[in-house]
Design a protein around this ligand. Sequence first.
Ligand code: UDP
Length: 411
Amino acid sequence: MGRRFKLVTLLGIRPDIIRMHKLIRLLDRHQKRNGYEHLFAHTGQHYDYELDEVFYRQLGVRRPDVNLQVGKSLKRRGGPTTYVHQTALLFERLAEFLEEEKPDAVLYLGDTNTVLSSVIVARQGIPVIHIEGGGRSYDWRMPEEKNRIVIDHLSDMIYCYLPRYREILLREGVPPYRIKVAGNLIVDAVEAFMGRAERSPILKRLGLVPRRYLLFTLHREENTADRAALTRTVKELIGLTEQLRCPAVFPLMPRVRRLLEGWRLMPLLNRAEILVTEPLGFFEFLKLEKHAQLIISDSGTVQEEALILGTPCLVVRRSTERPETIAAGATILSEGRLRQEALRAIRTLNKWDRTILNPFRTSPSERIFTDLVGRIKTGFFKKSRSYAFIKSDRLIREAYGRTIRRAVGAS
Ligand code: UDP
């Protein structure tokens, strides 16, 4: 018997585990019957308990088979931990892992530093699969925009959330046979866990009344890269809670807490009516999202969850790769006018279609699972790389002058 197709799922950060909880289970459960082997690997980009372990426990996701321990190793070394060091170590560890495991394809999600390592996978001649493809903010200042473009153009197969993303990829010259629209995976996560989230006592524990508090999260580079930007945002948030006479909850990522402490902004926050917490579990956070008067966040996933849950959301960014939430009337971009736009969001964002993130009736995880397994079984990852297949592509025919010659011959 031949060797079974070996599929590696490689994830790196908190929302990856949340979005992929169902697909990982499906890929695990049905491997033998469909003649493939599924390995789950983690790069270790996020490694703190609150950003990693808590999600396996709460969401019932099994632990990864392999952890490349990139974040922890850098921390142990005590040296610099910029994205450059992170990426360099990730590339090195991933190359060793690929050498050992020799996978037949590597499955990625999203636009993180983890997905940048697809360069190594593609360079080794191994097919790359990308979920969340085609998202573009068209804001070239955004680090994640580069990651998105790199991985999409290295991928053998791309799963998009919405038809619009497919159009974007086609416009960029990605051949249609590499693209499939599946709906947004976050829909599966909210649907699966909202019931349990509602039972969380978090509102009581924090002394909050539904629709009478704000919820903040901040972590993106454009808000945290320099002291002036972070100070401005923190002051605006404090000003807003004072103006509305409304408390706020602000779970801090460890990196952001270090910045706030280093730049002496914690005393400001502590004096205000802002409950600063550690990063919260998914159930607790979902419940806070559902019952907040307004969410103010620079997270793409929070932006989507707010739409599904029916809570207005101010996106503290200059641009977004998920403009569908704005078009739906569920979010507003702050574009540097945080307080003003927050007040507008509370006044104007009201009712919208909460189903737009999944244009299908079926579960996005199930759609990806069924399609991917079908491709594994029918040899897509080999066939789509054959010359006979590649030759049929319109752009390639044009590049080799075939279409032109035929057109000339016909005239
Ligand atoms: N989240 C959480 N606890 C928190 C803050 C966020 O469980 O304290 C969840 C949130 O519900 C969403 C995801 O983490 O599903 C968002 O992660 P993050 O903002 O880190 O990532 P991004 O979407 O910006 O990539």
